[in-house]
Write a protein that binds this ligand. Structure first.
Ligand code: FES
Ligand code: FES
Length: 159
């Protein structure tokens, strides 16, 4: 078997982090297993559920489908790196207030996708929220409360 392990220098949550990854290692694996950033969840590990969503260069991507080696030179942000972001703070509060968090497994990925939406489109309607979150599956809430939380966050941020 060929050992193609290599050192990578990743920019994660504003800091340079050195990791050692095989060519087939995904960004999710490196974030969770080497850097201890477990906010992005490993659900399906097949690109379906969106629970592994993180930002790369400002765009939500599925960590389980992104090769770690391809992320060198790009800006990676996980849910752990959004603690000082005012948009994320409002989203998190509205998720809690509106009961949009139950088991919480989908929540980090949902929040990453929702934050990107509100940055691009500060006053979305329900259809736009639904479209923006269409890649994030939730098995608990029925989605209505999540959509309501994002709309409420948009309204709060507009005041
Ligand atoms: S764990 Fe990546 S999409 Fe499901
Ligand atoms: S809150 Fe449980 S999967 Fe969404």
């Amino acid at each position: 078997m060929i050992d193609d392990r290599q050192d990578l220098l990743l920019q994660v949550n504003g800091a340079r982090r050195r990791v050692s990854a095989e060519g087939s290692d995904t960004l999710l694996t490196v974030l969770r297993d080497q850097l201890g950033l477990t906010g992005a969840k490993r659900g399906c590990n097949q690109g379906v559920c969106g629970s592994c969503t993180v930002e790369v260069d400002g765009w939500p991507v599925r960590g389980c489908l992104s090769l770690a080696a391809a992320c060198e030179g790009h800006e990676i942000v996980t849910i752990e790196g959004t603690g000082r972001d005012p948009v994320m703070a409002v989203l998190q509060r509205q998720f809690v207030v509106r009961g949009a968090v139950q088991c919480g497994f989908c929540t980090p990925g949902m929040l990453i996708s929702a934050r990107r939406l509100l940055q691009d489109q500060p006053r979305p309607d329900a259809e736009a929220v639904q479209a923006a979150l269409s890649g994030n599956i939730c098995r608990c809430t029925g989605y209505r409360k999540i959509i309501d939380a994002v709309l409420a966050a948009a309204e709060e941020l507009a005041q």
